[in-house]
Structures are given as structure tokens and as C-alpha cells.
Design a protein around this ligand. Structure first.
Ligand code: IMP
Ligand code: MG
Length: 184
């Protein structure tokens, strides 16, 4: 049986539960149903932004019933800290041609919005038919850009540092089934 841990130590920080594994799975079902309806007659390409989105995209695409492709890019922006450095490092790029394709970008979290804005601008130059953004989490009080491509958000959360279900602190905690917020 899975025990939802009440308090968690990761490196020098303490965390407490914010979103349970059951709530995550329930919302993923709802978001997938919306995508299935919105892309009914399409063949979208899901692009996961690594590392943070690996669990989310895995659980999400299992609920997708329209024909689709799944691929990844890798970007990094936090570098072990608690806030965005505003520097984005491109670790690896797309290996497929997205010209004329309907793209669904899958993010773990939109914080300042810098990373997703950078990625959207980069992909637009390759002439996709459309770009839609789907994020597990959104911090509405932290966002600095209006992202018109943002159509699906599983959870809006307070402007606090979180880990779990793909998100890390110093590369730790990505394997947790739930999402935890930093205490204090
Ligand atoms: P943005 O560029 O400020 O929107 O930040 C986006 C990236 O920063 C995300 O894809 C995450 O990898 C990371 N990030 C933002 N907030 C958090 C958090 O609370 N915990 C862990 N990583 C975060
Ligand atoms: Mg990320």
C-alpha cells in the first residue's frame, strides 16, 4: 500500500503535502478528455519538456485516444535553486520535423513563464500548424508573460516552491507520487 507521507526532508529543506496522487490522476483524466475532444480530428505531436514533465506526459498520453506522436526536448532553467535564474540552457532539441503539425507542449510547471515563452518562440520559426500548451501546474502570482497558447492547466498553485511528480529540488524528489510544498 502506498503511504502518502506527511512530512518530507529533501536535502536541507522540509516539505508537506499539497496535492495527493489521487487528485493528480483525477485531473489528468479530465485534462486528457478535454484534449481528446479538442483534437478529435487531428493527429497532434505531444512534446514533453524534460526533465520535469516525464511523469505527467507519461500518465497523460495513456488517456489520449486520438492518434498522436510523443517526443521530447530538454531545457533547464533553475539549476538547483529555489527560483528561476532566467537563463535557459538548451540541452537537446527536437528530432522530428514539426512543419504543419499541431503541437501540444507538455510542461511540469509555469512559474515566470520565461521557459515556455522561449520554447514557443523557437518552435514557431519551424512553422507548426498550431501550438497549444498544457501544464500540470501554474503559479498565477509568478507569471510575467501572457501566454496565449496556454490552454490546459491541471492545477493552479500558490507562489511557493514545490517538488514531486516530476519536479525536483537539487534533482531530488522527482519520483514522488504526490506534490509537496516547502515548509516555511
Ligand atoms: P519559468 O521559466 O520561470 O516558468 O520556470 C519554469 C521551470 O522552472 C519549470 O519547468 C521547472 O523546471 C522550474 N520550476 C519552477 N517552479 C518550480 C518549483 O516550484 N519547483 C521545482 N521546479 C520549479
Ligand atoms: Mg521544467
Amino acid at each position: 500500500m502506498y503511504v502518502y507521507i506527511m512530512k518530507l526532508q529533501i536535502a536541507d529543506l522540509e516539505f508537506e503535502p499539497l496535492i495527493s496522487p489521487e487528485e493528480i490522476q483525477q485531473r489528468i483524466l479530465e485534462v486528457a478528455q478535454q484534449i481528446n475532444a479538442d483534437f478529435e480530428d487531428k493527429e497532434p505531436v505531444f512534446i514533453g519538456v524534460l526533465n520535469g514533465s516525464f511523469l505527467f506526459i507519461a500518465d497523460l498520453v495513456k488517456e489520449i485516444v486520438v492518434p498522436c506522436e510523443v517526443t521530447f526536448v530538454k531545457l533547464a532553467s533553475y539549476f538547483g535553486g529555489l527560483s528561476s535564474t532566467r537563463q535557459i540552457r538548451d540541452d537537446f532539441d527536437l528530432t522530428i520535423d514539426i512543419n504543419g503539425r499541431d503541437i501540444i507542449l507538455i510542461e511540469d510547471i509555469i512559474d515566470s513563464g520565461n521557459t515556455i515563452k522561449y520554447l514557443i518562440e523557437k518552435l514557431i520559426m519551424r512553422n507548426p500548424a498550431s501550438i497549444t500548451v498544457c501544464s500540470l501546474l501554474l503559479k498565477p502570482d509568478a507569471i510575467e508573460h501572457s501566454i496565449e497558447e496556454l490552454r490546459y492547466v491541471a492545477f493552479q498553485i500558490p507562489n511557493e516552491f514545490v517538488v514531486g511528480y516530476g519536479l525536483d529540488y537539487r534533482e531530488l524528489g522527482r519520483n514522488l507520487k504526490g506534490i509537496y510544498r516547502k515548509i516555511g
